[in-house]
Design a protein around this ligand. Structure first.
Ligand code: GLN
Ligand code: ZN
Length: 767
């Protein structure tokens, strides 16, 4: 019998119950008991869902009050020493201080979990780190499930991935020196599981899907040689990419099962098949844990039939990775278009899909013919739907030529033309797009959405906000103005709502970190722009001022990256469709007299594949679609782009290849380190390194900004430098925004004066 399990279930709850319970606890409105009660209910509900869907195991240990890596640090007893907490008596309040900081200590660092939009708390390890054990929450949860007589399969992030993702503040400290102690702690944990009669434990090692240096490969061998003999069967779980290049190594380990991601890397199956030792279980991840489409069940069943014959009971069926990355249930979606809804499967629906696959394999397809037929019908409907395939878009995509990705002239020529036509001063000042989203602005948007105010009223109020933003910028003396984005709730949603091919859920929440959830829109069909999206607003903003008004758009890669993307065509094709829609918008803005247009790509780097060998392909199409979106304009029109969360020294050639006339980037927190990269690489176009950090309300001094700018001048010629904050200002208030921008403008003016004097004295030198 093929068995079924999941690697993890979303913990937030179908209605974000965990978020609200956490936040009430943080505000002091509820106590620890109340929060624990909500958490317990959620766990039990999720286990019940797994059991009622007929899964062979319930997964325990995927719950976390904030993050699974933080939970693991708390279980191991490896807390950052700077907090001074005793691991074994850690309270929930202290746990949250680790995650969110307290008056004395900043929070633990947070970073992206592989290539997902989930963020984990980075373990802080050092020579003083011991793994003497911490809280027992993990075991309590297991006992909770055992008390219900459930078939429990606990899950933990494995030791090598844990260590690999950790960091240290001690220079020269080698994290791998902690491996023996760490393995000993895992062995002790496994021993506790054995005593509870646990048959299988799942250890997640997604690090196995990265390009690893030899010492990390050795670490795998050492860790699992030890853990494989602890008396509990170890299911070593890999996901997010192929682990086939490590198959020989893994096959030699005394583990009892291996999970592989066949959605992201179907080609790896044959490799594993060839090396899998006789008793080892193979768990195949065949349901997409990263996306929301109903699976092609019949195709999956067919693809597994021989494998089932070969492996028999040693075949397990699973989603590709934890379901953490998809929303909880479709049940809560009442407004979603009925057809689109019938094409989707969220976490709960995916549980049933697993069950159908297993039954088809175990009992034969006739046993589940009805369910298979329903899946076929949904798939057929999706394939043939007029909402998915739009001939207008198909025609346009078919007509794309390479020259559409090129500006009319090269940067050097454009630059001369733009200087003549835009007449900007040296070191021009600008902002990244959004201005403070005041309560009044939010209320206006909400009132309009609820239907409490009419379209005309709404338009007037938004226009009033734009006017305020313009007047303030004029008073500050900024050179290139923005309209302020008051009408936008979110930079992807705003455009998605106006494009065909996009759908939005009411409750499709996915945890991003802690209590923060996002609701990614769904791209289900060909992307078509029925009419201009920003032209009226931008034209109005320009009409208020003599200064240049910058149009503000979200780029194709970011639109793609922050959405659930259709899986029936390559992502690059969907990105191309988005690019064509944005290209039309750029043209329309130009026709409306807008001479500077910014196409934001903050998610450009996030799209990079996990494996370096896949980078070139991604970068090639990502650069191309950006250029297609940007290149319809005349040489006079200046195209900007903006990227945040920098760290892109390793992709600088691609950033340069995007050929934006100006790029504004986040640099302030890394103290211009990044600019060194741009300097060394000799980045050819204009750059606006962020001169202050908008994530903090602190107002930077004129001197501090000027110092940063002078540093920047050392690596980038002053004639190619712009002056701007490092990101949009929507999370800030007006008082600090105005104070900071006033200082920024003053710093730019002071430096302009200084440079002018230097230039004069140079030209005065005889000879
Ligand atoms: N134009 C957007 C803003 O200013 C850019 C946001 C971002 O980079 N994430 O808000
Ligand atoms: Zn940004």
């Amino acid at each position: 019998m093929a068995r079924t399990h999941i690697l993890g279930f979303p913990r937030v709850g179908a209605h974000r119950e965990l978020k609200f319970a956490q936040e009430a606890f943080w505000r002091g409105e509820s106590d620890e008991a109340a929060l624990r009660g909500v958490a317990k209910d959620l766990r039990n509900r999720h286990w019940t869902l797994q059991r009622s869907a007929g899964l062979d195991f319930v997964t325990v240990g995927d719950f976390a009050y904030y993050d699974q890596m933080l939970n693991l640090s708390a279980l191991l007893g490896a807390l950052p020493a700077r907090f001074g907490f005793t691991p074994s008596t850690l309270t929930l309040s202290q746990y949250y201080e680790l995650a969110r900081g307290n008056t004395a200590q900043p929070a633990m660092e947070m970073t992206k979990w592989f290539d997902t939009n989930y963020h984990y708390l980075v373990p802080e390890l050092g020579s003083q780190t011991t793994f003497d054990g911490g809280v027992d929450w993990f075991f309590d949860e297991i006992d909770e499930a055992l008390a219900r007589n459930l078939p429990v399969k606990p899950v933990l992030v494995g030791p090598v991935t844990y260590l690999y993702l950790s960091k240290t503040h001690e220079s020269g400290f080698d994290r791998l020196s902690l491996l023996p102690a760490l393995i000993a702690r895992y062995a002790a944990i496994l021993e506790q599981l054995r005593r509870r009669g646990i048959e299988w434990v799942q250890l997640d090692e997604p690090a196995l899907c990265l390009d690893l240096e030899p010492q990390w490969l050795d670490a795998f061998a050492i860790a699992y040689d030890n853990l494989g003999a602890c008396g509990v069967n170890v299911m070593l779980a890999t996901y997010f990419d192929t682990a086939a290049d490590k198959a020989r190594l893994v096959a030699k380990l005394p583990v009892h099962g291996i999970h592989i991601d066949l959605v992201r890397a179907p080609q790896q199956l044959d490799v594993w098949r060839a090396v899998l030792p006789a008793p080892t279980v193979l768990s195949v991840g065949v349901i997409d844990g990263r996306n929301i489409w109903r699976a092609d069940l019949r195709k999956i069943v067919r693809s597994l039939e021989t494998l089932k014959t070969e492996l028999g009971d040693r075949l397990w069926i699973a989603p590709s990775c934890s379901l953490l990355h998809v929303p909880v249930s479709l049940e809560a979606e009442r407004k979603l278009d009925a057809s689109v809804k019938s094409w989707l499967a969220f976490a709960t629906e995916k549980l049933s899909e697993l069950n159908v696959i297993a039954r088809a394999l175990n009992d034969g397809q006739p046993a589940v013919e009805q369910q298979l037929a329903a899946a076929d019908a949904a798939l057929d409907a999706r394939r043939s739907s007029g909402a998915v395939v739009n001939p207008l878009v198909q025609k346009r995509v078919g007509a794309v030529t390479d020259d559409m990705a090129e500006r009319k002239s090269g940067f050097a020529e454009r630059n001369i033309i733009q200087r003549q036509s835009l007449r900007l001063p040296a070191l021009p000042t600008t902002t990244i797009g959004s201005f403070p989203q005041t309560p009044a602005i939010r209320q206006t948007r909400a009132a309009f959405k609820r239907g409490d105010i009419g379209a005309l009223d709404y338009l007037e109020r938004i226009r009033a906000e734009i006017e305020t933003a313009v007047r303030r910028q004029e008073a500050l003396g900024l050179d290139v103005l923005v309209h302020g984005e008051a009408e936008r709730n979110d930079m992807v949603e705003y455009f998605g709502e106006q494009l065909w091919g996009y759908a939005f859920t009411e409750n499709g929440w996915v945890q991003s970190y802690g209590s923060r959830c996002v609701k990614p829109p769904i791209i289900y069909g060909d992307i078509y722009r029925p009419e201009p999206m920003t032209v009226d607003t931008t034209r109005y903003a320009q009409s208020l001022t003599e200064r240049l008004m910058k149009g503000m758009l979200t780029g194709p890669v970011t639109m793609l990256q922050w959405s659930f993307v259709r899986d029936d065509q390559p992502r690059s094709t969907t990105a191309l469709q988005l690019a064509l829609a944005i290209r039309s918008e750029v043209s329309d803005l130009e026709k409306a007299g807008i001479r500077v247009i910014q196409i934001d790509e903050p998610a450009f780097r996030e799209g990079l594949p996990l494996r370096k060998s896949d980078w070139a392909h991604y970068l090639e199409w990502a650069v191309r679609v950006f250029k297609i979106s940007a290149s319809a304009v005349a040489d006079e029109t200046q195209i900007h782009t903006h990227m945040c969360y920098s760290e892109f020294n390793d992709i600088l050639p691609s950033i340069a290849a995007m050929d934006a006339d100006v790029i504004t980037i986040e640099t302030s927190r890394s103290a211009m380190e990044l600019l060194d990269g741009f300097g060394e690489f000799d980045y050819p176009n204009e750059i606006g390194p962020g001169v202050y950090d908008i994530h903090s309300p602190r107002v930077p001094s004129v001197e501090a900004i000027q110092r940063l700018l002078e540093r920047a001048c050392e690596v980038i010629p002053a004639e190619r430098l712009w002056v701007n904050p490092d990101c949009g200002l929507k999370t800030r208030g007006w008082p600090e925004t105005e104070a900071a921008l006033a200082n920024m403008v003053e710093a730019a003016k002071a430096l302009r004066a200084k440079l002018a004097i230097e230039a004069l004295s140079e030209s005065a030198v005889p000879g």
